[in-house]
Design a protein around this ligand. Structure first.
Ligand code: HEC
Length: 155
């Protein structure tokens, strides 16, 4: 009964849309392609997931990464020009003079702080000295100890 207002004529909307659509499409494709180039750095190496390390070990991981240790000990600490650090902690190491030593915390500290004192294996290269402080060495050792227990991977 009551007459409401007459519907407004809708014809006004029509002209606006058609020229806007074409320009935005190409840019989105480029972004998708570039996103696929990731480098696996979410893992700390040695099968340890990022974020699973203790604070000390995480500091040690960063120190070791920034100190060039991977050049010889492997990008994922699997070894290379120097011995693997994965599984090193707690293992028995044969020194150059034929004696053996268990790679406990003290040994690891010594072999990083004083690389020339106890030389292991038959590596042709010598481990160079470094400038790490005692605290930094302790952190790196915590990291090496974490590498001895890789989550879910054998070795
Ligand atoms: C130029 C190559 C090189 C670099 C760089 C290097 N190392 Fe070494 N590292 C070696 C070699 C070779 C050995 C084995 C001979 C020896 O015991 O000195 C070794 C031994 C070790 C050992 C004892 C391993 C064992 O089996 O007894 C530890 C731990 C270690 N390195 C940690 C580190 C850390 C941490 C860094 C970085 C601050 C580092 N290395 C940098 C070459 C290197």
């Amino acid at each position: 009964m009551n007459r409401t207002a007459a519907p407004a004529p809708v014809a006004a909307l029509r002209a606006v849309a058609s020229s806007v659509i074409a320009s935005g499409v190409a840019a989105a494709l480029l972004v998708a392609v570039l996103a696929a180039c990731g480098d696996g750095t979410s893992s700390t190496g040695g099968g340890i997931a990022a974020g699973s390390l203790s604070p000390a070990a995480e500091r040690g991981r960063r120190i070791a990464s920034e100190s060039g240790c991977q050049a010889c000990h492997g990008r994922a600490w699997e070894g290379g020009a120097g011995p693997a650090l994965i599984g090193l902690a707690g293992s028995t190491v044969t020194l150059r003079d034929g004696t053996t030593v268990v790679a406990d915390r003290d040994y690891l500290i010594r072999s990083i702080a004083d690389p020339s004192v106890e030389v292991s294996g038959t590596w042709s290269m010598k481990m160079p000295p470094n400038q790490l402080t005692d605290e930094q060495v302790a952190d790196v050792v915590a990291f090496v100890e974490a590498l001895a227990e890789p989550a879910g991977s054998a070795g």
